[in-house]
Design a protein around this ligand. Structure first.
Ligand SMILES: CC(C)(COP(=O)(O)OP(=O)(O)OC[C@H]1O[C@@H](n2cnc3c(N)ncnc32)[C@H](O)[C@@H]1OP(=O)(O)O)[C@@H](O)C(=O)NCCC(=O)NCCS
Length: 339
């Protein structure tokens, strides 16, 4: 049987090495400007999930035992139970032979077995994956603009100035890895605003459900266990010392030259004071010291999020490519694939 379903903890060192090699062949062919993957902590990256989530991996080997395709399915627990996220790659030399189709079918059957009704996948607009998911009947649900900030092009004088320009009555704090307990509740409250705005979009599974203090603590611990270093700047309102704004960024051991900028959100009562700009600029100044190997920072924004796009462009982010979120119902997908 060329296709095997495993839990990530069952993967051997060879599986991990081969997984990384498929990812890098795919990256070289489809998105040559993107950083390559490293095997460092890749096992942790695949094994560690939030306590309620469940991940399976699928390995497709040819007759010689070479890995020519793989997939990962993470099924969410908690209040997002019933939703799964798929990631798939076929080695470019093995494409067009049904490997992707077989992997997706195995993923969909696994999802069905575990009561997961909806699958979603993120696809870079310029890659062949778009044709594949269109062909298999996935629907495009969201279009996000990916913006890149290249380290060598940063105007540090401008960034330092923006980081230091803070409205009266506020201060900024930088935290690496976690948020101190004294801030957790107000941090989670500010994050809850994300559920009612389209300012930003959490693409890392761990960040999605972190709007409660205990979930937030789990999220940060899970990121750490996956080899993903989080860097956070919060805006604090005086005299009460509560968090009124936050910006979060992650650098992964598996791709350490690339930082992923995630949520930036300001409590609605504290908007229009320039806090988002100051926090993001301060985060960049902290990163310069904490992650000197960085080559670029990527972020995603919805087309309609004009305020976030303006801040990003002031900081030097440039839109380079669109990312699509595709979705499908598992039942319908299996029906189409079995026809
Ligand atoms: C997407 C991908 C997995 C497809 O793998 P594959 O092994 O070539 O796919 P298959 O050969 O099984 O193709 C299945 C069907 O999709 C169609 N298809 C595949 N790529 C296509 C494309 N670029 N455009 C149009 N149709 C396409 C095939 O013609 C086939 O149709 P059929 O079975 O009805 O005849 C592969 O191109 C890949 O690894 N891409 C990069 C990974 C990536 O970006 N993943 C997105 C994030 S998860």
């Amino acid at each position: 049987m060329p296709l095997k379903q495993l839990t990530p903890s069952e993967m051997t060192a060879d599986d991990i090495r081969d997984w990384c090699s498929v990812l890098n062949d795919m990256t070289a062919a489809d998105m040559p400007g993107e950083p390559r993957w490293r095997t460092e902590r890749l096992h942790d990256y695949l094994v560690c999930t939030l306590p309620d989530d469940l991940r399976f991996v699928f390995l497709y080997r040819d007759d010689d035992g070479d890995l020519i395709g793989h997939a990962s399915l993470i099924m969410f627990g908690g209040d997002q139970a019933g939703t799964g996220v798929v990631e798939m790659s076929t080695r470019p030399s093995a494409r067009g032979k049904g490997v992707g189709r077989s992997l997706l079918r195995a993923v969909a059957e696994c999802a069905e077995t575990h009561g997961c009704a909806t699958l979603s996948v993120e696809v870079i607009a310029t890659t062949p994956a778009v044709g594949f998911y269109d062909r298999l009947g996935f629907e495009r649900s969201v279009v996000e603009q990916r913006h890149l900030l290249r380290w060598t092009e940063i105007d540090w004088e401008k960034i330092e100035h923006a980081a230091g320009r803070l409205a009266a009555g506020y201060r900024l704090e930088y935290h690496a890895g976690s948020v101190p307990d004294r801030l957790l509740d107000s941090y989670a409250n500010v994050k809850a605003n994300l559920r009612t705005t389209t300012d930003s979009y959490a693409v890392v599974p761990e960040w999605r459900g972190s709007a409660q203090a205990d979930r937030l603590r789990d999220s940060l611990a899970t990121l750490d266990r996956r080899g993903m270093r989080s860097h956070i700047v919060v805006a604090i309102a005086e005299p009460f010392g509560n968090v009124v704004g936050l910006t979060e960024l992650v650098v992964s051991a598996q791709r350490p030259t690339r930082a992923d900028q995630y949520d930036t959100v300001v409590d609605p009562k504290h908007r229009s004071y320039g806090l988002a700009m100051s926090m993001k600029a301060r985060l960049l100044t902290e990163l310069r010291r904490a992650e000197p190997q960085l080559v670029d920072v990527q972020t995603w924004t919805m087309e309609a999020a004009d305020d976030v796009r303006w801040i990003n462009s002031e900081l030097g982010f440039v839109h380079d490519v669109d990312w699509y979120d595709y979705e499908t119902e598992v039942g319908g997908l299996l029906e189409r694939m079995r026809r």
